[in-house]
Design a protein around this ligand. Sequence first.
Ligand SMILES: Nc1ncnc2c1ncn2[C@@H]1O[C@H](COP(=O)(O)OP(=O)(O)OP(=O)(O)O)[C@@H](O)[C@H]1O
Ligand SMILES: [Mg+2]
Length: 435
Amino acid sequence: MTVGLPPITTQHNRSRGGSNSSSPTYDNVLVGVRCRPLFPESDKTHELAWQLNPLQQSIQLANNNSNSRRYPTSHVNLQTEYHYDRVYYESSNEQVYQDMVLPLIQQTMDGYNATVFTYGQTASGKTHTMMGTDLEPGIIPQAVNEVFNCIKQSKNNEFLLRVSYLEIYNETIRDLLAPENDNLKIYEDPHRGTYVGQATEKVVTNPHEVMDTILCGETNRHISTTDYNLHSSRSHTLFQMVIESRQSGNTPLYKSHSPRAKASVKISQLNLIDLAGSEKAASNQDRRKEGAYINKSLLTLGTVIAKLTEPGKSAGHVPYRDSKLTRLLQSSLSGSARVVVICTISPTIFTVDESINTLKFASRVKKIVLRAKNEPIADDKTLLQQYKSEIDELKKKLQVANDGRAQEQQNNETMLSHERQQVTHTMAPPQPIST
Ligand SMILES: Nc1ncnc2c1ncn2[C@@H]1O[C@H](COP(=O)(O)OP(=O)(O)OP(=O)(O)O)[C@@H](O)[C@H]1O
Ligand SMILES: [Mg+2]
């Protein structure tokens, strides 16, 4: 348990370019490693292969004799101690969320793009960490709640939220909110970076609506029983929340067309990604095919990260386009977002090789330097701006219609008064009735 530790100190404020809050801040990817508990029934052992030191935030192979005899020694330095921002064993989803993700959500509300993903071999606890259960909600439900908490507490800003939910299955991007859209394309935009076109975006107003949307999407997600996991994710999923915010003033903003007013919109993306896990060949043919796609995209992710963190030279060509996953993560990994990675490992000696690969990935990803910005943007494409413009347009139309109606009424009244005058002139004055 990692109780009573000081907060994680990131170097977010290491701004190289002035004190302006919208200038980029330089920091590294925040990395946590989480070892799931032993399940002696399915893990077929009572021995934990790893020794975690929460005070040092380090992890290394446990050096008890019964274990160490069985470690693969060919490429493993048994003494290696790996260090991260956080290591977790027997920790709750809430604790992982509070340490690693909560501060990020608060920055997202302030206009920074943020990406969180879980990485690790199959059955190591990625989905448990990201989605969790009713009793132990994971990162996604907790993050959604926090976004709405922040909105509730914000006195001076107005917000507009929209969500989408996608999966990458066998290298095709599917819209989990509209499964008939099963081959979506990736585009690039100077503000949004890489994004999926034509994905369903649902405007949401409360956490229940978001969670209902996710649950609805979950029913369309590819999950199957494999040799390793009863509910194995067969696809990578991306839950995305786009947050637009602007200061609310006394003057209704739709009245203003000034670039300054337009420029006050901040737009940020929160990407919460549950990756499928690497696995050895499965016995079922479909699972094997899925596994091959999963392994290939994770391999590309590893290559991209290795390229980005090669010591001593600039990255050169980075093969983002070699997989849908890396293409989607391109903006985040190339530095325009704050990034948190939670790497999950299984606790047993039988999976030590895979765990070491995960730990090496975690060490490499930690070296990526990010330059996230939270600049307000002047863009008619923001929904807030569009809605304001639409309201403005409707107001104008209403005004024109009202003016027309007033004119018509005035014309009618003038005509009526003319007619009345004519009738008065042509009619004989009424005679008193005499008996
Ligand atoms: N920290 C944890 N505490 C309790 N149970 C856990 C924890 N981590 C994982 N589990 C359980 O272990 C099983 C496998 O976890 P999960 O499905 O999250 O793995 P995964 O990494 O998403 O695998 P895959 O790559 O196959 O989708 C699930 O039954 C899950 O509830
Ligand atoms: Mg999973």
